[in-house]
Ligand binder design. Structure first.
Ligand SMILES: [Mg+2]
Length: 189
């Protein structure tokens, strides 16, 4: 009986949905290769929307390409300083961050549009991918989410207007509206 209870506990019903969130141009205003905390400006309403997601049992995860590190434009320490400022502005509501410093046009399995970072997060955090959303401002965000089996939302902040043809499941004005869509469409729990 003890074994049976343990197995039940590990069944797929214990997996949580996640909001996989692009960082630059999505959670915060677009700044080319942002590496200074003073340049960080979170999107209005994002902290409240992330809090609502937490209350409903969602996991909030950043999935971000940072080729500026790979190019030597800034250091991982500077990246972390930006992260800390963003977390402060978002009320410490990001549960985990996955970052790729790989350069574009490399064979990286992690750099978006590859879905590697989403799969890592799903494994590490116990995430149910079909009930999760990838939210971002570029077609590479949407491609990564689709390849991971998630639903997708393109936001029109950042570079979003130029990526309207990314074939996202939904298009939203910004991340605040996008999270609202995800939470209202969820029927898994
Ligand atoms: Mg972006």
């Amino acid at each position: 009986m003890e074994n049976f209870i343990t197995m039940t506990h590990l069944s797929s019903t214990s997996l949580r949905p996640a909001l996989f969130l692009d960082r630059d141009g999505t959670l915060m205003k677009e700044v080319d290769h942002c590496h200074r905390p003073e340049d960080v400006e979170a999107i209005e309403g994002a902290a409240l929307a992330l809090a609502q997601a937490h209350q409903q049992g969602w996991c909030n995860v950043i999935i971000t390409n940072q080729s500026g590190i790979g190019r030597g434009y800034f250091s991982e320490k500077q990246f972390q300083a930006v992260q800390e400022e963003l977390q402060r502005q978002l009320g410490q509501l990001i549960d985990a961050t996955y970052m790729s410093s790989a350069l574009p046009n490399t064979d990286s399995l992690r750099r978006k549009p590859a879905p590697g970072m989403i799969f890592e997060a799903a494994r590490d955090l116990g995430i149910d991918l079909p009930s999760s959303y990838m939210i971002g401002d570029r077609s590479s965000d949407i491609e990564a989410g689709r390849a991971a089996g998630c639903r997708t939302i393109l936001v029109l902040s950042g570079y979003g207007e130029a990526h309207r043809d990314a074939r996202a499941d939904y298009i939203a004005k910004d991340v605040t509206e996008a999270i609202g869509i995800a939470l209202s469409r969820d029927i898994s729990h």
